[in-house]
Design a binder for this molecule. Structure first.
Ligand SMILES: [Zn+2]
Length: 188
């Protein structure tokens, strides 16, 4: 899980957020909405950028599991955006994916180790993504945020000291917003 060098073929505007949000960020704004998982080889490119290419196969069953995880995460994050609590439907979606795996703990010669066990290889990436989301909730649900640009659907985990990150990227959405404000001012 440490190899998170973006795949050179990855076309997404934001790469490298924690795994759960990185899965959500396979969709980004456009007309129609861009979807890496819908592109040829997009599944393989995502696994590569997520550092999972060696552990997961880009097959149909794996893609179906990822879609299920992404939908569940989108519903949960949508609830967080609204009032900060995750509703029953979104909980059922997340727990449905989590039910396909578990962590097995063991004491090895150099210390404790955790093994991820899933019902079958296609569930690994999906399970890891939802499990990652639980970790973010433990660290601070208020830091799970959608980009403040109204046309942007990207999400990030705000790790800034003051907790005031607003944009997926300053270079893209931050500057777009700044330019729009400037335009309004000039127009009066
Ligand atoms: Zn943005």
């Amino acid at each position: 899980m440490t190899d998170r060098t973006a795949d050179p073929q990855d076309p997404r505007p934001l790469i490298g957020e924690p795994l759960s949000l990185d899965l959500l960020n396979t969709r980004w704004s456009g007309t129609p909405v861009n979807d890496l998982l819908a592109q040829p080889d997009g599944h393989a490119v995502w696994l590569s950028s997520a550092g999972l290419a060696g552990r997961c196969r880009a097959d149909e069953a794996g893609l179906a599991a990822l879609h299920e995880a992404r939908e569940a995460l989108a519903a949960a994050v949508g609830d967080l955006d609204r009032d900060g609590t995750i509703g029953a439907a979104a909980l059922a979606g997340l727990n449905g994916v989590l039910a396909h795996g578990r962590l097995r703990r063991e004491l090895g010669p150099v210390g404790p180790v955790s093994h991820v066990e899933v019902d079958g290889p296609p569930w690994l990436a999906a399970w890891l993504a939802v499990e990652d989301f639980l970790g973010l909730l433990e660290q601070g649900p208020h830091r799970i945020r959608r980009c403040a640009h109204e046309a942007c659907i990207l999400h990030f985990f705000d790790t800034s000291q003051n907790g005031r990150r607003r944009w997926c990227s300053m270079a893209v959405c931050g500057n777009r917003a700044k330019a729009a404000r400037h335009y309004e001012k000039v127009r009066g």
